[in-house]
Design a protein around this ligand. Structure first.
Ligand code: SAH
Ligand code: SF4
Length: 359
């Protein structure tokens, strides 16, 4: 519930916050569950649709509260079914999210920040620079808006934090949003993807209920990683791998290792040889992501050929790694995860410098 700027928004409110709001109106306790159900299970977009609440209570709520998701600015549909949403937050921050229908299950990719301080050199969000943390309501609101728009309520869903931003630098809001997502999506179907943030990973490991973990490794030596992910690489590769080795996993679960393949930079035979050695002893599945090119914002990087990708994958499989390739979807709407936002800008630019960051 955010009350500093006008009416409180009930989207993203915890049960305790809903309790406080309804207590002010002297509503009986069971009304809390009703409102909670409408907001977080039915994904209601207004107070009016909460028809089992008395009109008087709805009116009183409407005087002090709103039910608002980020505004949909633009929806772009790709022939493969991938749909990219651009949203405007109340302060004008533009964020993006993607819906990707697959056989029997749709994956929704959410943003956690309105930019990213980590500054990976191959990532549009990183190149465009830092942006503020999103609130739990803004994160959950992307999900609510997409589920309503794509009519996905009740259908099997995956949720991945692979849009704009570094979720482990906004873990409080991501954790609260995950709780709310948990009302309609199993925690086993929610994945937080990180560039590797020491403090965030420690906090995540300590949570009683954790979503799945994906880690963007993207390199096989410290030096190479420091070139590609300068901020993330402040945490030494060996230390990151040690933390993954110690990360608590439930039985049968694995850590997803994401590896963006960049032609000539990290797609060589020596990389394919080193990667299984680095990952030895960690229960992982490797997801290879052929680079999604952007000739304007990322002119220095190129996608490897399909042949190179397949050869790389085959070498990992030979070394007994569980490996999949994430062939890009929705390329025509630039919907690839981690490639969001760039095409929304009226004046595309390369920033002269990247502000110093503190992780
Ligand atoms: N900040 C988090 C989550 C968002 S990025 C993280 O880095 O993990 C999600 C994924 O997209 C990361 O694995 C990232 O390496 C990848 N990615 C970023 N830019 C990309 C691009 N241009 N092509 C392919 N994958 C990209
Ligand atoms: Fe941030 Fe992830 Fe992009 Fe790196 S890849 S800049 S951590 S969003």
């Amino acid at each position: 519930v955010e009350s500093a700027h006008g009416p409180r928004n009930l989207v993203g409110a915890s049960r305790a916050e809903l309790t406080a709001v309804l207590a002010e109106l002297n509503a009986p306790a069971y009304r809390i569950s009703q409102v909670h159900h409408w907001l977080n299970r039915r994904l209601a977009d207004s107070l009016e649709v909460m028809t089992d609440l008395p009109k008087g209570l709805r009116g009183a709520l409407a005087e002090r509260c709103i039910v608002a998701d980020p505004d949909i600015l633009e929806v772009r549909r790709s022939p493969d079914g991938t749909t990219k949403f651009a949203f405007a937050c109340h302060d004008g921050a533009v964020i993006e999210a993607v819906s990707m229908p697959m056989a029997g299950r749709t994956t929704l990719c959410l943003s956690s920040q309105a930019g990213c301080v980590v500054g990976c050199v191959f990532c549009v969000t990183g190149v465009l620079g830092p942006g503020r943390n999103l609130t739990a309501g803004e994160i959950f609101g992307q999900y609510r808006a997409m589920v309503r728009s794509e009519k996905l309520l009740g259908q099997p869903l995956n949720v991945v934090f692979m849009g704009m931003g570094e979720p482990l630098l906004n873990l409080t809001a991501v954790g609260r949003a995950t709780e709310l997502l948990g009302e309609t999506v199993s925690l086993r179907r929610i994945t937080v993807s990180t560039s590797g943030i020491a403090e965030g990973l420690r906090r995540l490991a300590a949570l009683p209920r954790r979503p799945n973990l994906a880690v963007s490794l993207n390199a096989t030596t410290q030096e190479q990683r420091a070139r590609l992910m300068p901020v993330a690489a402040r945490w030494a590769l060996d230390d990151l791998l040690a933390a993954l080795r110690a990360f608590p996993l439930e039985r049968g679960r694995r850590i997803t290792i994401e590896y963006v393949l960049l032609a000539g930079l990290n797609d060589g035979e020596d990389d394919a040889r080193r990667l299984p050695k680095l990952l030895g002893g960690i229960p992982v599945k490797v997801n290879l992501i052929p680079f999604n090119a952007d000739t304007v914002l990322l002119p220095d990087f190129h996608a490897p050929t399909e042949e190179t990708v397949n050869a790389f994958a085959a070498k990992l499989a030979d070394a007994h790694l569980n490996v999949t390739v994430r062939w890009s979807r929705g390329q025509d709407v630039s919907a690839a995860c981690g490639q969001l936002r760039g095409r929304m800008l009226a004046h595309r630019r390369r920033p002269g410098h990247r502000p110093a960051s503190d992780t």
